[in-house]
Write a protein of this length. Structure first.
Length: 114
């Protein structure tokens, strides 16, 4: 579990083009702790995890999505980052606008593969 969480933190940090030191500074911890967390050897408190989520500009629940299949590099990671941006944008919009955006996406690029 710690290793998966660390991979998630590393992926999001790299997508945001931050060093471990920069992320640590934003989260109120040391870069050394960020490195330990990313390697799965650190044991962050909930307060530290919340700080990392804020520093990475993701919801705490999104940071805790631990999935072995989550992309960590390349085009898949970029697509994941874009999907996160879209989700954050849509989360602030009224339901009718979200539904309209979905219809526009489906018309523009088709239905998602099942």
């Amino acid at each position: 579990m710690r290793k998966l969480f660390g991979q998630r933190v590393r992926t999001l940090r790299k997508l945001r083009m931050l060093t471990q030191e920069q992320l640590g500074e934003r989260a109120g911890v040391t870069g050394k702790l960020v490195g330990q967390i990313e390697r799965g050897t650190g044991n962050p408190t909930l307060e530290v995890i919340a700080g990392l989520a804020a520093a990475l500009d993701v919801e705490l629940s999104a940071l805790m999505l631990l999935d072995d299949a989550r992309p960590t590099t390349g085009a898949a990671a970029s697509a994941f980052a874009a999907a996160e941006k879209v989700a954050r944008y849509l989360a602030r919009r009224p339901a009718d606008e979200v539904e309209r955006a979905l219809r526009i996406l489906e018309a523009a690029i088709g239905e998602p593969a099942k």
